[in-house]
Design a protein. Structure first.
Length: 230
């Protein structure tokens, strides 16, 4: 929720940042992600319950500037949810409810027809995972991450392609997040660029490996969205 409020606040500064385009830039995006979800736990019976397909809204905000050696900043946020179709006394046997956020500092290595970013940061997971009705695992974790992005533009067409990946690991927790997309800018001006995009995203989360609380989650599926660059 805090990430969403920050997204709305920064987006509201778009007009101001446009006037300061030589000094600061803001990228803001929103995606509708339709995914299939998998949950597995070796200690659970069954170890891999069937979860229904679900969807989520994903938000991102990036702040870029020309100051040498000072990294740019980016925040991504998604609320992940999924549940089984089986229930007991009105309570779903298996349910996932997680807030997933990335806090990224990155550098632009290339910024032309071909673009490339590299960086680091932290992934934040908070929420709970319920299995077999009564077994609830509370999740509250911050994991250090590395980040990379690469893209290419087709000049004079408004078309571009982009891939983004991040990996986080700490002790018995690992998170991998990969996505690739195509975008078409239908507004291109000195003040703002606005584009529509479509892509595919895969998110793997592994928690408490080797313990009774071990949980492996995978969310994968297509998404569509809008992105604005002030």
């Amino acid at each position: 929720m805090q990430s969403l409020k920050l997204f709305c606040f920064i987006l509201g500064l778009g007009t101001y940042s446009s006037a300061q385009a030589d000094f600061i830039g803001i990228k803001a995006g929103i995606d509708y992600w339709n995914y299939s979800a998998d949950l597995s736990n070796p200690a659970s019976v069954p170890p891999s319950p069937q979860l229904e397909d679900d969807h989520a809204m994903s938000f991102s905000v990036a702040l870029e500037h020309p100051v040498p050696f000072l990294p740019n900043a980016k925040i991504k946020h998604t609320h992940l949810q999924a549940e089984s179709d089986q229930s007991f006394t009105g309570v779903k046997n298996h349910q996932v409810d997680l807030d997933y956020s990335d806090f990224i500092l990155y550098y632009e290595i290339l910024d032309n027809i071909v673009s490339a970013d590299v960086g680091f940061g932290a992934k934040r997971l908070e929420g709970d995972i319920r299995q077999n009705v009564t077994q609830t695992q509370e999740v509250s974790s911050t994991v250090p991450m590395i980040y990379g992005e690469a893209g290419i533009k087709l000049p004079f067409t408004g078309l571009s392609a982009r891939a983004e990946a991040s990996f986080a690991a700490l002790d018995d927790e690992k998170i991998t997040d990969v996505q690739a997309e195509l975008k078409y800018n239908f507004v291109e001006s000195m003040l703002v660029d606005v584009g529509a995009k479509a892509g595919y995203r895969i998110l793997d989360i592994q928690l408490e490996e080797g313990s009774d609380q071990e949980a492996k989650l995978k969310f994968k599926g297509p998404y569509i969205g809008l992105e604005a660059h002030f």
